[in-house]
Design a protein around this ligand. Structure first.
Ligand code: KG4
Ligand code: ZN
Length: 343
């Protein structure tokens, strides 16, 4: 079964075609990064306009890349939320219109659950349930226990900033540009990751996360050395590298400590990292070190493009949802954009 996936929840206009939930035939992404670099972050109105301009050409390109015609597509999957409402509308309503005129089933897919399926893309090995998943992205930070393709339990989430958001904000403080995650990872490669002690939050729910205190601690460190109204361009390069490395190491340790607590409590058969921050090599290496003695499969998406926002993960997730309940997706009306969409 071939599913065409559409994703427009933030700053990527993405369309993909995936066969049977795992064989990625095309994964086409019109990135807005160069546009949002100018403002140091995503301006929702600007993102929305770009999605409108790019959605049809990206669909056409994705069909072309996969050597498919509309007759080869069995269903459409798209993201109604969560995300930026002005951005979600374009993807969801385009999917809905195409489902109507092309007479295809339409499968709504939650953006965070879609991220989980980045681990199914291009993967042949059989995944064993239950799977404990840490989804770490710019907008969300969730710890999810997945019993099968239809049963997801939210164990914990971020109480404030998600890890990716903290990466982006700390990169801004340090003058490293947007998006912050890859910029910090690059800078940190030559820094001392124990240059200073940064705080790790402790919360009532042992599976929750909080990164806003860490971000503020970095700001205070910079201000104590360079004054309240510092210019990031004036920061000493060694100081920036050490701060980036220490921040990154602290985030990795905090995430994996929380993941380990959940592993210890729920005894899953596999552990998965997903979402944009799961592209981070220090996070991956740290997870590998911590879980190695326990001999449990630890997976993260096979390609970086399946970590950050993409539509292959949407099409993959849509496939497994459809298998459970094909009759539930017959109407083009099944999708309604919703910034706070829950699962
Ligand atoms: O999953 P994603 O593409 O979008 C959301 O759903 O939010 O995640 C984007 C986030 C950004 O905050 C970006 O800085 C972060 O993922 N990110 C990384 C890396 N690559 C992307 N964070 C740390 N290290 C990376 N290599
Ligand atoms: Zn995302």
């Amino acid at each position: 079964m071939r599913i065409l996936g559409i994703e427009t929840s933030c700053d990527e206009t993405a369309v993909a075609i995936v066969e049977d939930g795992k064989t990625v035939l095309s994964n086409t992404i019109a990135s807005q990064i160069d546009i949002h670099k100018k403002t140091g972050g995503v301006v929702p109105e600007v993102a929305a306009r770009e999605h409108i301009l790019k959605i049809i050409p990206t669909i056409e390109q994705s069909l072309h890349d996969a050597h498919c015609q509309w007759d080869d597509i069995d269903a459409i999957a798209a993201v109604p939320g969560p995300g930026l409402i002005s951005a979600l509308i374009t993807g969801a309503l385009t999917a809905s219109t195409l489902a109507l005129i092309k007479n295809k089933p339409l499968i709504p897919v939650h953006h965070i659950l879609a991220h989980i399926y980045g681990n199914w893309c291009d993967r042949d090995e059989k995944i064993q349930f239950p799977v404990l998943v840490l989804t770490v992205s710019g907008g969300h930070n969730d710890l999810i226990l997945m019993e099968d393709h239809h049963t997801f339990t939210l164990l914990g989430q971020s109480r404030d900033d998600a890890a990716g958001e903290a990466f982006d904000k700390v990169a801004k403080i340090l003058g490293l540009g947007y998006p912050g995650g890859p910029a910090i990872q690059k800078e940190a490669a030559h820094g001392n990751d124990h240059a200073l002690l940064l705080p790790k939050a402790t919360l009532d729910n042992p599976f929750d996360f909080s990164f806003s205190g860490l971000k503020t601690a970095v700001l205070y460190e910079v201000q104590s050395k360079y004054g309240k109204h510092f210019d990031p361009a004036d920061l000493d390069p060694t100081f920036v590298r050490d701060m980036a490395a220490t921040f990154q190491q602290t985030v990795a340790e905090t995430l994996i400590e929380t993941l380990f607590r959940a592993y210890d409590h729920h005894a899953p058969k596999e552990i998965h990292l997903a979402g944009g921050v799961s592209a981070n090599t220090v996070l991956r290496d740290h997870a590998q070190t911590v879980f190695k003695p326990y001999n449990i499969p630890l997976r993260y998406p096979k390609k970086t493009q399946y970590c950050t926002d993409n539509a292959a993960m949407v099409a993959s997730c849509g496939y497994f949802f459809y298998q459970k309940n094909p009759k539930g997706y017959e109407s083009w009306r099944t999708i309604m954009p919703n910034a706070d969409f829950t699962f």
